[in-house]
Design a protein around this ligand. Structure first.
Ligand SMILES: [Zn+2]
Length: 270
């Protein structure tokens, strides 16, 4: 397991969310209540990093090249007392019910939710903000160092989601404890839209993905529900077999978007 540097804050240390310096602590990256909901060991976060998606292109839905790691459930950055007892407390208080309801869905009612997705609409803002904050807090599970821009932490501290960030929601057939999912960015030189980061998490049947792209938006695989920047549901809602599919389909969707934009169909013709 990868253990964090538990040192006390130095003079330069500051709150990642607001720049404050009062009573800095390293918080749990994922709230314990969310881990308890799925009977996971609350101290450990499992991460799964998909290395390539060629198996998806060849019609197979298994992913042989996946790196699995365990991380201590502690953020790699400092948070101040004002944030912890202010907006973070308020966000968690508001998020507990909608997240718990989705995480607890039994197999049978996942399809009910998919057939009546409008029930998610009133909670789409708090679900989006909760997912955004969770992904920022688990930045240690993303391989590229400091891939998430500092401004995104400051935006989160102001309870806003920056331009270019989208949040999608889906369901997986097999429920799991809490896990963080990431994969290849799939960017090529000259791409019209580049993905800066793409991180998802699964808890129970629920999967949520946060991605930040630089360039025009592209649509994700129509099997998911878009929560942010706008609540949108496509016709072909689906249940994923493996939660890594949400990452793989998004890499594919981005590649398709860029190939279409440049009138070049290379990868997708093979
Ligand atoms: Zn703060």
């Amino acid at each position: 397991m990868e253990l964090k540097d538990a040192a006390t804050p130095t003079e330069e240390s500051e709150c990642a969310f607001c720049g404050g310096k009062d009573s800095l602590t390293k918080q749990h990256a994922v709230p314990y209540w969310l881990m308890h909901e799925v009977h996971a060991d609350p101290t450990v976060i499992h991460s799964y990093q998909l290395m390539e998606i060629s198996s998806l292109l060849s019609g197979s839905f298994s992913f042989p090249k996946v790196i699995e790691r365990d991380h201590e459930n502690v953020t790699g950055f400092w948070t101040c007392d004002r944030c912890v007892n202010g907006w973070i407390h308020d966000l968690e208080t508001e998020a507990i019910k909608p997240f718990s309801d989705l995480v607890h869905l039994p197999d049978s009612s996942v399809s009910d939710v998919l057939s009546s997705v409008d029930t998610l609409r009133p909670d789409s803002d708090v679900l989006s903000m909760g997912a955004f904050k969770t992904v920022l807090s688990c930045d240690f599970a993303v391989d590229e160092v400091h891939v998430i821009p500092e401004e995104h932490y400051r935006a989160c501290g102001e309870q806003r989601i920056p331009n270019g960030v989208s949040v999608d929601l889906g369901f997986c057939r097999e429920p799991s404890g809490f896990r963080i999912l990431s994969g290849p960015l799939g960017n090529c030189e000259g791409d019209m839209t580049r993905c800066v980061y793409r991180v998802a998490f699964q808890s129970g049947h629920l999967i949520m993905m946060v991605r930040y792209t630089d360039g025009p938006f592209y649509d994700l695989y129509p099997g998911t529900i878009s929560l942010y920047p706008e609540f949108r549901v496509e016709e072909e809602l689906d249940i994923f077999r493996d939660s890594l599919e949400i990452i793989a389909w998004d890499v594919l969707a981005l590649t398709y978007h860029n190939e279409k934009a440049s009138d070049f169909y290379g990868l997708l013709e093979t």
